[in-house]
Design a protein around this ligand. Structure first.
Ligand code: SF4
Ligand code: SF4
Length: 390
């Protein structure tokens, strides 16, 4: 770590000037006891079984901190499946990271919570699939609803601030009010109502998950009422999904500006879905330093800024605002990762988004869910999907 970028404070901790990348997401493992139908892990995750060891992850954290990263997300898969999680948290805490565990709750016992607390973990994000046992357990293909309730109580008993997270789609949007009530009962400080992003398993299930405009509008109205009522007791985040807005979001806050993800095998990712993009040779932390990856690698430079854009983005007055939207969405919908994100109504391929929304609407209003059976994340499905036999 260059001395000019690092000083010791009175407590002996390292202090580094914050600077890009600000946010490191460590996907510690793709293993997970749940089988969510909207999981954003790669559909061929079962082929990716290599995982960095404890020393390698610690080295990644040290390098990221030296670059200026301040937030560390510990995710997966299910990060609690890593027996060295406490050691990893301890190392990250010692470097001065703000650490956030992103978990399904499976495996989070009283003893592990105490160990994580002692190691310096700052924050826990606990996911639910719904406010009803039936749908929670159906969508994750596990009986985990009661366990998650117990885990939420344990998290609060250990004095943690808690983010409750629930992925939304047409099967649970009508439950938004009861999901918020559940978060309030659990004393969650934050509730993230994350409308499904259509990557990974969610892309496979897009017609089974796509909501209608009316469902979204009604859910947003419920969220607004609760926000007015509960104020700062629980901050409720609700983001309208891309497919229902005329303009795309600034994906990852701009490619290669803020976010650096590291997959279980050490692959460095400018966006957690970037593995799907053809022609993008992703660097690996086992063969290159993070500094070289961030500053010199083609993968991190390819879509940074605006130099790579095609029309209509190239001459658009919004190009510095949204950077042309999401590269993975552009690829999935057009086959070209450098295309304008078709979510944008200025894209020549915007009709493709309208078509998917329309198909989803037809499935919803005609109760044609049987026509689009849900594909659950599992090793077997992974191999079937990736060998093109779907
Ligand atoms: S979305 Fe579900 S299956 Fe995927 S990692 Fe999270 S808990 Fe596991
Ligand atoms: S044309 Fe490109 S830059 Fe302009 S609003 Fe659409 S996505 Fe954004």
């Amino acid at each position: 770590m260059p001395l000019s970028n690092m000083q010791s404070n009175a407590a002996g901790w390292s202090e580094v000037s914050p600077g890009p990348p600000l946010w490191l997401l460590a996907e510690l493992t793709y293993r997970c006891p749940l089988h969510c139908a909207f999981c954003s892990n790669p559909v061929d995750y079962a082929r990716n079984t290599v995982e960095l060891d404890t020393a390698q992850w610690c080295d990644v954290f040290s390098q990221a901190r030296a670059l200026g990263a301040v937030q560390l997300g510990l995710s997966g898969g299910e990060p609690l499946l890593r027996k060295d999680l406490e050691a990893l948290v301890r190392h990250a805490h010692g470097l001065g990271f703000y650490t956030n565990l992103i978990t399904s709750g499976v495996g989070l016992t009283d003893a592990r919570l105490a160990g994580l607390r002692e190691a310096g973990l700052d924050h826990i994000q606990l996911s639910f699939q719904d406010s009803t046992r039936e749908l929670n357990d159906f969508l994750s293909s596990t009986r985990t609803f009661d366990l998650k309730q117990r885990v939420a109580r344990m998290i609060k008993a250990h004095g943690y601030p808690m983010v409750m997270n629930c992925v939304l789609h047409r099967h649970n949007l009508a439950h938004v009010g009861t999901i918020i009530e559940m978060a309030l009962q659990m004393d969650a400080e934050y509730l993230e109502l994350a409308n499904t992003q259509y990557y990974g398993w969610a892309w496979e299930n897009r017609l089974a998950l796509m909501p209608t405009q009316e469902q979204l509008r009604d859910a947003e109205a419920v969220v607004k009422q609760y926000r007015a009522r509960v104020g700062r007791q629980c901050q409720i985040l609700f983001v309208v999904p891309d497919y229902f807005e005329p303009r795309p979001k600034k994906c990852m806050n701009g490619w290669g500006t803020t976010f650096l993800g590291v997959a279980p095998d050490g692959t460095a990712l400018p966006c957690h879905a970037a593995r799907m993009l053809p022609g993008l040779v992703l660097p690996n932390v086992t063969t290159q330093s993070l500094r070289a990856i961030w500053t010199e690698s083609d993968a991190f430079r390819r879509f940074r800024g605006t130099h790579w854009m095609q029309e209509p983005c190239r001459s658009c007055d919004q190009r510095e605002e949204d950077y042309g939207g999401c590269r993975c969405q552009a690829f999935l919908l057009t086959g070209d990762p450098a295309a304008t994100d078709p979510v944008c109504d200025r894209s020549g391929e915007h009709e493709k988004v309208n078509e998917i929304v329309l198909q989803g609407r037809l499935a919803a209003v005609q109760a044609r869910d049987r026509a689009y059976p849900m594909v659950f994340r599992s090793d077997g499905n992974s191999l079937r999907l990736s060998s093109g036999q779907k």
